[in-house]
Design a protein around this ligand. Structure first.
Ligand code: 5AD
Ligand code: SF4
Length: 477
């Protein structure tokens, strides 16, 4: 369909919930709407279009979206009748899961679109704002929650807004793992990997715009198997080797990975690929084989341990992060103890932990032996206590080290910049503004609750994250 392009600036406000994938998608939605004259705005108050880019992973996600929609309705209705009505769109995983129900419960919503169809947003906006329909009060909501054959990544505009020093790049989407607690396979659909050439092109564009660090994104990113220029499948390690050839790109990271897909090539890359940072988020969820089986995780605690050991052989200073769920249906005290034992053995630099909560439509939701909330609370507190101790110990272990820091933004104080260590820690440093976007060696000299402090040094070190000072293995608690 041909779409009339208007250059009159209209204000676009996107509220993003959830993961980095959604942050990436929101930026792409802004890109596809830019040719229609939409310019990002920091507030919904006077916006011409508001998009809620929703996430279904947290508890009561849908209810939170409906209450936000209630607030937007009041804004929409308060607009002067002389002005064009505010366009309200619901995107992302809640839109995918709820579909038509959103238009039924919130008829003032104009557009409902799933995560796979945002490239069709201009068409949807045109349909939703057709003047004649609106004048006649017939503004029907537009629903598009298909998993289309034609891929959204093929329709991204050649131009995109700069993303800054550190940027996300989506390389893989969807998941075929079907963990029994998780909605992702239903909301994001089957696993899909973008072709290598398309990713390289986007990466080069980002680097041209000033990006120095790229985090490759995917719900199951290490299952990446995109086609290369010769039509052969490339794994994530191969993709990262190709990306590392881009001059000006200093750092590569990737998230989120599944233990089953940590193949040898990828583990080796952690030892050999200088631009790949020594930090890995590798969710384990539980340390009990019985619970892991009920979760359909397809790995045991021993497999996880072996993978960590191999990673540490390849890159001894690698910092590890994970996700945990406590109170999964049927989890006994002994199962939970097994989780604590795994945590003590592995020693994480950082972690996220959650109480299990039912996601409608997922197998675990109807399992017997749901765990009472007070038990979940107790387990979560015990787990978080040890994870916090480990995080503190890891941060403390970096004090005294000199590490390369990539400066990403200005700090709160004058002459202060904030950057990231190779281990993904925020580091606050007194440094001139001209170092924004640059790598510099920093001696870490203090450790605060959520960040580190450091001073610039003129010591020579690899810009790519090998420690100038040897790191003691682990930071045991
Ligand atoms: N209950 C609690 N936590 C969950 N997660 C995913 N689904 C659920 C659920 N039903 C957590 C997992 C996952 C992270 C993104 O969210 O730990 O790795
Ligand atoms: Fe969900 Fe991750 Fe399991 Fe896929 S691998 S089903 S995204 S928890």
């Amino acid at each position: 369909m041909a779409i009339g392009i208007t250059r009159v600036a209209k204000k676009l406000f996107i509220k993003t919930y959830g993961c980095q994938m959604n942050i990436y998608d929101s930026a792409r939605m802004a890109d596809v709407l830019a040719p229609l004259g939409y310019v990002s705005s920091g507030t919904p108050d006077d916006a011409d279009m508001v998009i809620l880019n929703t996430c279904h992973i947290r508890e009561k996600a849908s209810e939170k979206v409906y209450s936000e929609l209630g607030r937007l309705r009041r804004l929409k209705e308060a607009r002067p009748t002389s002005a064009d009505p505010m366009v309200i769109a619901v995107a992302g995983c809640v839109a995918q899961a709820e579909g038509e129900e959103i238009l039924r419960r919130a008829p003032y919503v104009d557009i409902v679109l799933g995560p796979q169809t945002y490239h069709r947003l201009p068409e949807m906006v045109a349909l939703a704002t057709r003047a004649s329909d609106r004048r006649n009060g017939r503004g029907r909501g537009v629903l598009d929650t298909e998993f289309p054959v034609s891929n959204k990544f093929d329709h991204l505009p050649g131009e995109s807004a700069p993303q800054g020093v550190s940027a996300f790049l989506s390389v893989q989407e969807g998941c075929d793992k079907f963990c029994t607690f998780c909605v992702v396979p239903y909301t994001r659909g089957a696993e899909f990997s973008r072709p290598v050439a398309q990713i390289l092109e986007e990466a080069k564009r980002l680097v041209d715009q000033g990006t120095r660090e790229i985090t490759l994104l995917g719900q199951n990113v290490n299952a990446y198997h995109g086609l290369d220029e010769g039509g052969c499948e490339a794994g994530l390690a191969q993709l990262m080797w190709r990306l590392s050839e881009i001059e000006g790109l200093a750092r590569i990271r990737y998230t989120t990975s599944h233990p089953r897909d940590m193949d040898e090539e990828l583990i080796d890359a952690h030892g050999e690929l200088d631009k790949l940072m020594p930090y890995l988020h590798l969710p384990v969820q539980s340390g009990s084989d019985r619970v892991l089986a009920a979760m359909n995780r397809r790995h045991t605690a021993a497999v996880y341990h072996d993978t960590i050991a191999a990673l540490r052989r390849a890159r001894p200073d690698i910092a590890l992060s994970s996700d945990f769920i406590v109170g999964f249906p049927g989890e006994s005290d002994a199962d939970f103890e097994a989780t604590l034992a795994l945590v003590r053995d592995v020693r994480f630099a950082q972690a996220y932990s959650f109480k299990y909560s039912v996601r409608p439509g997922t197998p675990a939701g109807t399992m017997e032996d749901q765990i009472p909330d007070p038990v979940k609370n107790e387990r979560l507190a015990a787990l978080q206590e040890i994870l916090q101790q480990q995080q503190n110990a890891f941060n403390a272990s970096t004090v005294g080290q000199t590490v390369p820091v990539l400066f990403e933004r200005a700090g709160r104080h004058a002459d202060q910049l904030v950057g990231r260590s190779p281990y993904n820690q925020a580091v606050h440093v007194t440094a001139p503004g001209k170092l924004l976007g640059a790598l510099a060696m920093v001696r870490i000299d203090s450790c605060l609750a959520h960040s580190l402090g450091g001073v610039l040094t003129d010591s020579v070190g690899s810009a790519f994250g090998r420690p100038a000072v040897e790191v003691a293995e682990g930071a045991g608690v």
